[in-house]
Design a protein around this ligand. Structure first.
Ligand code: SAM
Ligand code: SF4
Ligand code: SF4
Length: 354
Protein backbone atom coordinates (compact mmCIF):
# COMPACT_ATOMS: atom_id res chain seq x y z
CA UNK A 1 0.00 0.00 0.00
CA UNK A 2 2.60 2.55 1.01
CA UNK A 3 6.33 2.78 1.07
CA UNK A 4 6.16 2.91 4.86
CA UNK A 5 8.43 0.66 6.82
CA UNK A 6 5.57 -1.67 7.84
CA UNK A 7 7.57 -4.60 9.04
CA UNK A 8 10.72 -2.87 10.26
CA UNK A 9 11.50 -2.06 13.88
CA UNK A 10 9.57 0.80 15.41
CA UNK A 11 11.74 3.75 16.40
CA UNK A 12 10.31 5.54 19.44
CA UNK A 13 10.40 9.25 18.67
CA UNK A 14 10.02 11.77 21.47
CA UNK A 15 9.97 15.58 21.48
CA UNK A 16 11.97 18.03 23.60
CA UNK A 17 9.69 17.35 26.60
CA UNK A 18 9.98 13.59 26.17
CA UNK A 19 6.46 13.30 24.75
CA UNK A 20 6.09 10.41 22.28
CA UNK A 21 4.47 10.71 18.86
CA UNK A 22 1.41 8.52 19.33
CA UNK A 23 -1.80 9.94 17.94
CA UNK A 24 -2.75 11.55 14.66
CA UNK A 25 -5.79 13.68 13.88
CA UNK A 26 -6.36 13.53 10.18
CA UNK A 27 -8.61 16.23 8.80
CA UNK A 28 -10.26 14.88 5.65
CA UNK A 29 -11.91 18.16 4.58
CA UNK A 30 -12.07 21.76 5.74
CA UNK A 31 -15.69 22.09 4.53
CA UNK A 32 -18.59 21.95 6.95
CA UNK A 33 -22.38 21.79 6.84
CA UNK A 34 -22.73 23.71 10.15
CA UNK A 35 -21.51 27.13 11.24
CA UNK A 36 -21.00 26.70 15.00
CA UNK A 37 -20.39 30.13 16.49
CA UNK A 38 -17.33 28.98 18.49
CA UNK A 39 -15.69 27.47 15.40
CA UNK A 40 -16.99 29.08 12.18
CA UNK A 41 -18.58 32.38 13.16
CA UNK A 42 -17.92 34.18 9.86
CA UNK A 43 -20.24 34.55 6.85
CA UNK A 44 -17.51 33.67 4.34
CA UNK A 45 -14.47 31.45 4.45
CA UNK A 46 -11.41 30.90 2.31
CA UNK A 47 -11.41 27.18 1.48
CA UNK A 48 -8.37 25.05 0.78
CA UNK A 49 -7.96 24.68 -3.02
CA UNK A 50 -9.48 21.36 -4.11
CA UNK A 51 -6.37 20.33 -6.04
CA UNK A 52 -4.35 20.64 -2.83
CA UNK A 53 -6.58 18.29 -0.86
CA UNK A 54 -4.86 14.94 -0.39
CA UNK A 55 -6.29 11.85 -2.00
CA UNK A 56 -7.11 8.94 0.32
CA UNK A 57 -4.05 7.11 -1.02
CA UNK A 58 -1.85 10.08 -0.12
CA UNK A 59 -3.41 10.20 3.36
CA UNK A 60 -2.70 6.51 3.84
CA UNK A 61 0.91 6.90 2.70
CA UNK A 62 1.48 9.86 5.05
CA UNK A 63 -0.16 7.97 7.90
CA UNK A 64 2.25 5.12 7.22
CA UNK A 65 5.22 7.41 7.87
CA UNK A 66 3.66 8.53 11.13
CA UNK A 67 2.97 4.98 12.26
CA UNK A 68 6.58 4.05 11.47
CA UNK A 69 7.56 6.67 14.05
CA UNK A 70 5.17 5.61 16.82
CA UNK A 71 1.62 6.66 15.95
CA UNK A 72 -0.95 3.94 16.58
CA UNK A 73 -4.20 5.90 16.96
CA UNK A 74 -5.85 7.87 14.16
CA UNK A 75 -8.87 10.14 14.45
CA UNK A 76 -10.65 11.33 11.32
CA UNK A 77 -12.01 14.83 11.66
CA UNK A 78 -12.56 18.04 9.70
CA UNK A 79 -14.49 20.32 8.91
CA UNK A 80 -17.21 17.75 8.74
CA UNK A 81 -15.46 14.51 7.73
CA UNK A 82 -18.62 12.84 6.42
CA UNK A 83 -18.96 15.54 3.75
CA UNK A 84 -16.03 13.89 2.01
CA UNK A 85 -17.23 11.16 -0.34
CA UNK A 86 -16.53 7.53 0.66
CA UNK A 87 -14.83 7.89 4.03
CA UNK A 88 -15.28 4.09 4.52
CA UNK A 89 -12.77 3.63 1.68
CA UNK A 90 -10.22 5.74 3.58
CA UNK A 91 -10.84 3.64 6.68
CA UNK A 92 -10.23 0.43 4.74
CA UNK A 93 -6.98 1.85 3.37
CA UNK A 94 -5.80 2.97 6.81
CA UNK A 95 -6.61 -0.41 8.33
CA UNK A 96 -4.31 -2.14 5.86
CA UNK A 97 -1.60 -0.65 8.06
CA UNK A 98 -1.29 -3.07 10.97
CA UNK A 99 0.24 -0.41 13.19
CA UNK A 100 -3.07 1.46 13.26
CA UNK A 101 -4.72 -0.14 16.29
CA UNK A 102 -7.47 2.41 16.84
CA UNK A 103 -9.36 4.47 14.32
CA UNK A 104 -12.01 6.93 15.43
CA UNK A 105 -14.22 9.57 13.84
CA UNK A 106 -15.42 12.92 15.16
CA UNK A 107 -18.54 14.13 13.39
CA UNK A 108 -21.39 16.57 13.86
CA UNK A 109 -23.73 13.66 13.11
CA UNK A 110 -25.78 15.19 10.29
CA UNK A 111 -24.76 12.60 7.69
CA UNK A 112 -24.25 9.75 10.11
CA UNK A 113 -27.58 7.94 9.74
CA UNK A 114 -26.83 7.36 6.06
CA UNK A 115 -23.27 6.22 6.62
CA UNK A 116 -23.08 4.49 10.02
CA UNK A 117 -23.47 0.99 8.62
CA UNK A 118 -20.85 1.46 5.90
CA UNK A 119 -18.45 2.97 8.44
CA UNK A 120 -18.93 -0.03 10.73
CA UNK A 121 -18.43 -2.49 7.91
CA UNK A 122 -15.24 -0.68 6.87
CA UNK A 123 -13.84 -1.35 10.36
CA UNK A 124 -14.14 2.03 12.09
CA UNK A 125 -13.63 1.41 15.80
CA UNK A 126 -15.22 4.38 17.52
CA UNK A 127 -17.47 7.37 16.91
CA UNK A 128 -17.71 10.71 18.70
CA UNK A 129 -20.64 12.96 17.89
CA UNK A 130 -20.47 16.63 18.85
CA UNK A 131 -23.70 17.70 20.54
CA UNK A 132 -23.96 20.97 22.45
CA UNK A 133 -27.68 21.20 23.11
CA UNK A 134 -30.87 19.16 23.14
CA UNK A 135 -33.02 22.14 22.21
CA UNK A 136 -33.70 22.37 18.46
CA UNK A 137 -34.06 26.16 18.50
CA UNK A 138 -30.84 26.60 20.46
CA UNK A 139 -29.09 24.24 18.04
CA UNK A 140 -30.23 26.40 15.13
CA UNK A 141 -29.04 29.53 16.88
CA UNK A 142 -25.62 28.02 17.62
CA UNK A 143 -25.00 26.36 14.27
CA UNK A 144 -27.00 28.62 11.92
CA UNK A 145 -28.50 25.50 10.37
CA UNK A 146 -31.77 23.67 11.05
CA UNK A 147 -30.31 20.17 11.30
CA UNK A 148 -31.05 19.08 14.87
CA UNK A 149 -33.40 16.26 13.82
CA UNK A 150 -30.79 14.75 11.49
CA UNK A 151 -28.17 14.83 14.28
CA UNK A 152 -30.59 12.93 16.52
CA UNK A 153 -31.17 10.35 13.79
CA UNK A 154 -27.42 10.09 13.36
CA UNK A 155 -26.87 9.42 17.05
CA UNK A 156 -29.60 6.76 17.09
CA UNK A 157 -28.07 5.02 14.08
CA UNK A 158 -24.72 4.41 15.78
CA UNK A 159 -25.75 1.52 18.07
CA UNK A 160 -28.03 0.08 15.35
CA UNK A 161 -25.02 -0.18 13.04
CA UNK A 162 -23.15 -2.21 15.68
CA UNK A 163 -20.90 0.38 17.33
CA UNK A 164 -20.34 0.46 21.07
CA UNK A 165 -18.60 3.14 23.11
CA UNK A 166 -20.25 6.17 21.49
CA UNK A 167 -19.07 9.49 22.92
CA UNK A 168 -20.96 12.76 22.83
CA UNK A 169 -18.75 15.86 23.00
CA UNK A 170 -20.29 19.04 24.33
CA UNK A 171 -18.54 22.40 24.35
CA UNK A 172 -19.72 23.83 27.68
CA UNK A 173 -20.38 27.54 27.37
CA UNK A 174 -21.50 29.74 30.24
CA UNK A 175 -24.74 31.49 29.43
CA UNK A 176 -25.42 29.15 26.52
CA UNK A 177 -25.81 25.53 27.60
CA UNK A 178 -24.86 25.50 31.30
CA UNK A 179 -28.53 24.75 32.03
CA UNK A 180 -28.39 21.52 29.99
CA UNK A 181 -25.53 19.58 31.58
CA UNK A 182 -27.81 17.20 33.48
CA UNK A 183 -30.15 16.77 30.49
CA UNK A 184 -27.16 15.89 28.30
CA UNK A 185 -25.93 13.25 30.76
CA UNK A 186 -29.43 11.78 30.93
CA UNK A 187 -29.65 11.75 27.14
CA UNK A 188 -26.23 10.08 26.95
CA UNK A 189 -27.51 7.35 29.24
CA UNK A 190 -30.53 6.79 26.99
CA UNK A 191 -28.40 6.33 23.88
CA UNK A 192 -25.62 4.40 25.68
CA UNK A 193 -23.09 7.17 25.16
CA UNK A 194 -20.56 8.77 27.46
CA UNK A 195 -20.84 12.55 27.53
CA UNK A 196 -17.67 14.63 27.62
CA UNK A 197 -17.80 18.31 28.40
CA UNK A 198 -15.09 20.36 26.67
CA UNK A 199 -14.03 23.71 28.06
CA UNK A 200 -14.45 26.48 25.48
CA UNK A 201 -11.06 27.22 23.89
CA UNK A 202 -9.73 30.52 22.52
CA UNK A 203 -8.36 28.90 19.41
CA UNK A 204 -8.55 29.42 15.63
CA UNK A 205 -11.70 31.16 14.49
CA UNK A 206 -13.21 31.14 17.97
CA UNK A 207 -13.26 34.88 17.94
CA UNK A 208 -16.36 35.07 20.09
CA UNK A 209 -14.35 33.57 22.92
CA UNK A 210 -14.10 35.41 26.19
CA UNK A 211 -12.95 34.23 29.58
CA UNK A 212 -16.39 34.71 31.14
CA UNK A 213 -17.95 32.23 28.66
CA UNK A 214 -15.62 29.42 29.80
CA UNK A 215 -17.52 27.00 32.01
CA UNK A 216 -14.62 25.53 33.94
CA UNK A 217 -14.23 21.95 35.07
CA UNK A 218 -14.84 23.14 38.65
CA UNK A 219 -18.06 24.91 37.62
CA UNK A 220 -19.25 21.87 35.66
CA UNK A 221 -18.66 19.62 38.67
CA UNK A 222 -20.50 22.05 40.97
CA UNK A 223 -23.54 22.07 38.68
CA UNK A 224 -23.57 18.29 38.32
CA UNK A 225 -23.00 17.49 41.99
CA UNK A 226 -25.88 19.85 42.83
CA UNK A 227 -28.10 17.40 40.96
CA UNK A 228 -26.41 14.01 41.35
CA UNK A 229 -24.64 14.32 44.73
CA UNK A 230 -21.07 13.15 45.24
CA UNK A 231 -19.01 12.66 42.08
CA UNK A 232 -15.99 10.40 42.15
CA UNK A 233 -12.97 11.05 39.90
CA UNK A 234 -11.77 7.94 38.04
CA UNK A 235 -8.07 7.11 37.69
CA UNK A 236 -6.35 9.01 34.88
CA UNK A 237 -5.51 7.26 31.63
CA UNK A 238 -2.13 8.44 30.36
CA UNK A 239 -2.34 10.92 27.51
CA UNK A 240 -6.16 10.80 27.18
CA UNK A 241 -7.42 14.38 27.32
CA UNK A 242 -10.60 13.66 29.28
CA UNK A 243 -10.70 13.34 33.05
CA UNK A 244 -13.42 10.82 33.79
CA UNK A 245 -15.89 10.84 36.66
CA UNK A 246 -18.40 8.44 38.18
CA UNK A 247 -21.88 9.29 39.42
CA UNK A 248 -23.44 7.35 42.29
CA UNK A 249 -25.74 5.49 39.90
CA UNK A 250 -22.74 4.16 37.95
CA UNK A 251 -22.95 6.61 35.04
CA UNK A 252 -19.60 7.90 33.86
CA UNK A 253 -18.81 11.15 32.09
CA UNK A 254 -15.72 13.09 31.11
CA UNK A 255 -14.43 16.64 31.19
CA UNK A 256 -11.74 17.94 28.85
CA UNK A 257 -10.40 20.91 30.79
CA UNK A 258 -8.29 22.24 27.91
CA UNK A 259 -8.56 25.86 29.01
CA UNK A 260 -8.23 25.79 32.81
CA UNK A 261 -6.07 22.66 33.21
CA UNK A 262 -4.21 22.06 29.94
CA UNK A 263 -2.76 18.60 29.37
CA UNK A 264 0.18 19.77 27.23
CA UNK A 265 2.66 17.93 29.46
CA UNK A 266 1.44 14.57 28.13
CA UNK A 267 0.20 15.62 24.71
CA UNK A 268 1.16 13.10 22.03
CA UNK A 269 -0.97 14.54 19.19
CA UNK A 270 -0.17 15.54 15.68
CA UNK A 271 -2.60 17.17 13.29
CA UNK A 272 -2.56 16.92 9.50
CA UNK A 273 -4.90 19.19 7.55
CA UNK A 274 -6.79 17.98 4.48
CA UNK A 275 -4.07 19.49 2.28
CA UNK A 276 -1.22 17.89 4.18
CA UNK A 277 -0.01 20.66 6.51
CA UNK A 278 1.35 19.10 9.69
CA UNK A 279 0.88 20.94 12.99
CA UNK A 280 2.37 19.81 16.27
CA UNK A 281 -0.15 21.74 18.36
CA UNK A 282 -3.72 22.98 18.10
CA UNK A 283 -2.39 26.47 18.82
CA UNK A 284 0.64 26.32 16.48
CA UNK A 285 0.77 29.12 13.92
CA UNK A 286 3.25 27.38 11.65
CA UNK A 287 3.43 23.85 10.35
CA UNK A 288 5.24 21.61 7.88
CA UNK A 289 3.98 21.20 4.32
CA UNK A 290 4.04 17.43 3.92
CA UNK A 291 2.01 17.54 0.69
CA UNK A 292 4.72 19.49 -1.08
CA UNK A 293 7.37 16.93 -0.17
CA UNK A 294 5.10 13.97 -0.89
CA UNK A 295 4.10 15.28 -4.33
CA UNK A 296 7.69 16.23 -5.12
CA UNK A 297 8.55 12.54 -4.87
CA UNK A 298 10.67 12.77 -1.72
CA UNK A 299 11.71 9.25 -0.67
CA UNK A 300 10.07 7.37 2.20
CA UNK A 301 13.25 7.61 4.28
CA UNK A 302 13.42 11.36 3.78
CA UNK A 303 9.74 11.77 4.62
CA UNK A 304 10.25 9.85 7.85
CA UNK A 305 13.35 11.90 8.63
CA UNK A 306 11.37 15.11 8.05
CA UNK A 307 8.65 14.01 10.48
CA UNK A 308 11.14 12.65 13.00
CA UNK A 309 13.14 15.89 13.04
CA UNK A 310 9.95 17.93 13.28
CA UNK A 311 8.74 15.94 16.27
CA UNK A 312 12.12 15.85 18.00
CA UNK A 313 12.23 19.66 17.85
CA UNK A 314 8.66 20.05 19.19
CA UNK A 315 8.42 22.49 22.08
CA UNK A 316 4.69 23.29 21.72
CA UNK A 317 2.49 23.66 24.76
CA UNK A 318 -0.01 26.11 23.33
CA UNK A 319 -2.80 25.82 25.88
CA UNK A 320 -0.38 26.25 28.79
CA UNK A 321 1.07 29.34 27.15
CA UNK A 322 -2.42 30.76 26.56
CA UNK A 323 -3.22 30.13 30.19
CA UNK A 324 -0.04 31.90 31.29
CA UNK A 325 -1.27 35.05 29.47
CA UNK A 326 -4.17 35.21 31.92
CA UNK A 327 -1.88 36.31 34.72
CA UNK A 328 -0.93 39.42 32.77
CA UNK A 329 -4.49 40.08 31.63
CA UNK A 330 -3.44 39.44 28.02
CA UNK A 331 -5.85 36.62 27.29
CA UNK A 332 -8.59 38.46 25.49
CA UNK A 333 -10.50 37.08 22.50
CA UNK A 334 -9.37 34.29 20.18
CA UNK A 335 -5.82 33.28 19.33
CA UNK A 336 -5.75 34.80 15.85
CA UNK A 337 -7.49 37.84 14.37
CA UNK A 338 -9.98 37.46 11.51
CA UNK A 339 -7.69 39.18 8.97
CA UNK A 340 -4.84 36.78 9.66
CA UNK A 341 -7.23 33.83 9.44
CA UNK A 342 -8.30 34.96 5.96
CA UNK A 343 -4.66 35.06 4.89
CA UNK A 344 -4.00 31.56 6.17
CA UNK A 345 -7.09 29.35 6.44
CA UNK A 346 -4.97 26.53 7.92
CA UNK A 347 -5.10 28.37 11.22
CA UNK A 348 -8.86 27.87 11.48
CA UNK A 349 -10.17 25.28 13.92
CA UNK A 350 -12.27 23.73 11.14
CA UNK A 351 -9.15 23.24 9.01
CA UNK A 352 -7.02 21.61 11.64
CA UNK A 353 -9.72 19.43 13.11
CA UNK A 354 -10.24 20.58 16.69
N1 SAM B 1 -17.22 18.85 12.47
C1 SAM B 1 -16.89 17.80 13.37
C2 SAM B 1 -17.56 18.01 14.70
O1 SAM B 1 -18.01 19.13 14.98
O2 SAM B 1 -17.62 17.05 15.44
C3 SAM B 1 -15.41 17.58 13.56
C4 SAM B 1 -14.51 18.81 13.59
S1 SAM B 1 -14.77 19.91 14.96
C5 SAM B 1 -13.58 21.18 14.64
C6 SAM B 1 -14.03 18.95 16.28
C7 SAM B 1 -14.42 19.36 17.68
O3 SAM B 1 -13.88 20.63 17.99
C8 SAM B 1 -15.93 19.46 17.92
O4 SAM B 1 -16.29 18.61 18.98
C9 SAM B 1 -16.12 20.90 18.31
O5 SAM B 1 -17.16 21.06 19.23
C10 SAM B 1 -14.76 21.25 18.88
N2 SAM B 1 -14.51 22.70 18.91
C11 SAM B 1 -14.54 23.55 17.86
N3 SAM B 1 -14.27 24.82 18.29
C12 SAM B 1 -14.07 24.74 19.63
C13 SAM B 1 -13.74 25.70 20.64
N4 SAM B 1 -13.57 26.97 20.36
N5 SAM B 1 -13.57 25.26 21.91
C14 SAM B 1 -13.75 23.95 22.20
N6 SAM B 1 -14.04 23.00 21.30
C15 SAM B 1 -14.21 23.39 20.03
FE1 SF4 C 1 -19.21 22.94 14.11
FE2 SF4 C 1 -17.47 20.90 13.64
FE3 SF4 C 1 -18.37 22.40 11.66
FE4 SF4 C 1 -16.71 23.45 13.42
S1 SF4 C 1 -16.22 21.84 12.01
S2 SF4 C 1 -18.56 24.41 12.56
S3 SF4 C 1 -17.39 22.40 15.28
S4 SF4 C 1 -19.62 21.09 12.99
FE1 SF4 D 1 -1.27 19.43 22.83
FE2 SF4 D 1 -1.01 21.91 21.95
FE3 SF4 D 1 -3.35 21.06 22.95
FE4 SF4 D 1 -1.23 21.51 24.55
S1 SF4 D 1 -2.36 23.01 23.34
S2 SF4 D 1 -2.61 19.74 24.60
S3 SF4 D 1 0.45 20.82 23.22
S4 SF4 D 1 -2.33 20.31 21.08
Amino acid sequence: MSESNMSGPLSAVVDTFDRPLKSLRLSVTDRCNLRCSYCMPEQDYVWLPREDVLTFEEMAVLTGYFTDLGVDRVRLTGGEPLLRRDVPQLIRLLLQNRRVTDIALTTNGILLADQAEALYEAGLHRITVSLDTLKPERFRQLTRRDEFARVMEGIESVARAGFTGLKLDTVAIRGFNDDELVALIEFGRQVQAEVRFIEYMDVGGANEWSQDKVLSQAAILTILSGHYGAIEPLPERGAAPAQRFLLRDGTTFGIIPSTTTPFCAVCDRSRVTADGMWYRCLYATSGTDLRKSLRAGVSADEMRALIQTGWEGRRDRGAEERKALEREGLRVGGLIGVEKLREDPHLEMHARGG
